[in-house]
Write a new protein. Sequence first.
Length: 303
Amino acid sequence: MTTAIEVSGLTKHYGENRAVDGVSFAVDVGEVFAILGPNGAGKSTTVEILEGHRARDGGSVSVLGVDPATGGRAFRDRIGIVLQEAGVDKELTVRETLDLYSSAYTRRRSIEEVIELVELADRLDDRISRLSGGQQRRVDLALGLIGTPELLFLDEPTTGFDPAARRRSWELVRRLTDEGTTVVLTTHYLEEAEELADRLIVMAHGQIVAAGTPEQLRDQAGSETVIRFALPKIDAPLNSLLEPLHGEASGRDLRIEISTTRPTADLAHVTRWAIDRGVELDGLTVESVTLEDVYLRLVGEDT
């Protein structure tokens, strides 16, 4: 499969701070590639280098077959960028904003098509300032799509969306990739990355600490299952609950979480403990390890 992005030994320093420290990865054409990590991990600097907005100190970078540092206008004509906040003039209407930005591209979509994609057809002649935060975010998304990009950078694209709108935006991303668009996604919504990403990397302290498909990262946690519940307010020693467990228990704010490779035995013990004391375990759930669980184990101390 043809690669859209190839990065090898990428470095970027700010004084003594190694913001990006020897990062290497590749992104295939038509896939969704997520870059995850806590604030300060180096992901934003990495993406800005890929977009051609920041110079690197070392390593090699190829995006759509060119060096983004020297690609110029021809390179920018082939990519779309959805920033966390586009900074558009909020006194313009949606139509005026899209018309202005579309003039920068040679392969622009029609305003009508883009506005249908982001579900703002009924607000086309409204001023940006009159839109809700979620609607303004949809305008940002429309600006990223107006140039029919081969490669789309999405930086926290669904911030401010309600759950239904977020899921519809996921459908839009899938439609774009089905048409051959490559997507680089940064998001703090781990569910979003798990839903959309074909592959991902996790960054911490300027380096990649994990890479692979969401399934591969979950598999790194082994066959563990997580049992969660709220600790009931009873006068009973906790050792009677915790010591017989096969798995490892942790707690925060009266919430108990048990990571175990023997979920049947540990669940039976927990429920028997509660029944013997005549209490209910509020919020009792039994789940396989999620991408969020793996992520927090990798970078939890930095979040």
